[in-house]
Design a protein around this ligand. Structure first.
Ligand SMILES: Nc1nc2c(ncn2[C@@H]2O[C@H](COP(=O)(O)OP(=O)(O)OP(=O)(O)O)[C@@H](O)[C@H]2O)c(=O)[nH]1
Length: 338
């Protein structure tokens, strides 16, 4: 019996971890044993910590690079570890700049195809920011292609953060999606809340697994072939074996807090504004002055949110941006504490 795999993709900050949290809670409620592979661009594992803290799930982590390119070699070892635990379902959360086609193709290689089946490729879309990607990210042609591929390859596209935009914007987004993918189901959500029945259809605890009601392999196989063909058309030159990165100018930097130091929220928010033209995403656990609780800070698009956190380690911020001058960034970061 092959283990179903649900792949969660979509650009930085679109709501993948928020959906994964719901999927994990629902999986446990149904008596399923889930396995999780979490890939992060940064060296610090912000999302894995959130998942472990909130659900108790054991999470395999692949940090500091993208599993569809620079960390591709390590995918196999992580999958082996997960399979050994005999989970009923495996969730793979990709980085925001990963091409899901690459992962789906890797999962179809003979060594995995006998043990794993791609049950669903889900792409999350950030309703507040998606219409600006083409202009904002135009300098990174590879990344723009990857974002198109994220839409083309999915069988379910979730337009999340619908609370932050007008209905008219949602229509425009639907039109944009349909240009890239005529067949996928599209859902509009707030905080990634969807009915999970269709997504988990056919997945049951091992001892009572029914025959799948859907035939995901064939349906998704044809979508994937189409997405791969489109990718090839758009990218003449390198043969598939010489896969280049799915992004070329995006980098992640971990900024540590000097021993015992804290930062007021307003200072950090102004730091984000200062870097707005290059900053794509920031997240981390940060210390505030005055003995306030440690905060989980999340910056996506141009929004910053704060939540109390029980993170016990040294505070840090993961900064993900385009064309970052690392020295300049480190210098500006140090200056905040002087
Ligand atoms: N207003 C609003 N905020 C949301 C919604 N969904 C998620 N968020 C917030 O957006 C931020 C990013 O959400 P995540 O689920 O971490 O996004 P992600 O795609 O996993 O992010 P990366 O893995 O870093 O690319 C968090 O602060 C969420 O609480 C939504 O529908 N509306």
């Amino acid at each position: 019996m092959r283990i179903p795999v649900i792949v969660l993709g979509g650009f930085l900050g679109s709501g993948k971890t928020t959906l994964l949290l719901s999927l994990l809670k629902e999986s446990y409620a149904r008596g399923l044993q889930p396995g999780v592979l979490m890939n992060e661009l940064g060296k610090q594992d912000v999302d894995g910590y959130i998942l472990e803290e909130q659900t108790g799930a054991a999470v395999e982590k692949l940090l500091d690079g993208c599993v569809c390119c620079s960390r591709k070699e390590e995918l196999g070892a992580n999958l082996e570890l997960l399979i050994k635990r005999r989970p009923d379902v495996i969730y793979i959360e990709l980085t925001g700049v990963a091409d899901p086609v690459e992962i789906a193709q890797a999962l179809r290689e003979p060594c995995w195809e006998s043990r794993l089946s791609v049950h669903s490729l889900v792409t999350m879309v950030d309703a507040e920011n998606v219409l600006d990607y083409n202009s904002r990210l135009s300098a990174d042609k590879q990344l723009v292609r990857t974002l198109r591929s994220q839409l083309a390859a999915a069988n379910l596209i979730i337009v999340n953060k619908s609370d932050l935009v007008e209905q008219e914007t949602l229509w425009k987004i639907e039109k944009l999606i349909r240009k890239r993918n005529a067949a996928a189901d599209i859902e509009f959500t707030i905080f990634s809340r969807i009915g999970l029945n269709p997504l988990l259809d056919g997945i049951a605890p091992r001892e009572k697994q029914p025959l799948p009601k859907r035939a995901p392999a064939e349906f998704k196989g044809s979508l994937l072939k189409k997405a791969a063909a489109e990718q090839k058309k758009a990218e003449p030159g390198p043969a598939p074996a010489q896969h280049s990165d799915s992004f070329s100018q995006v980098g992640a930097v971990t900024l540590a807090f000097p021993q015992g130091k804290a930062l007021p929220k307003a200072v950090l928010e102004s730091f984000f504004r200062e870097w707005a033209d290059r900053l794509l995403r920031a997240k981390g656990h940060v210390r505030l002055p005055g003995g306030e609780p440690v905060q989980l800070v999340q910056h996506a698009g141009s929004r910053t949110t704060w939540e109390n956190s029980s993170y016990p380690g040294t505070p840090y911020l993961v900064f993900i941006g385009m064309n970052i001058d690392r020295e300049q960034l480190a210098e500006r970061w140090s200056a905040l504490f002087r």
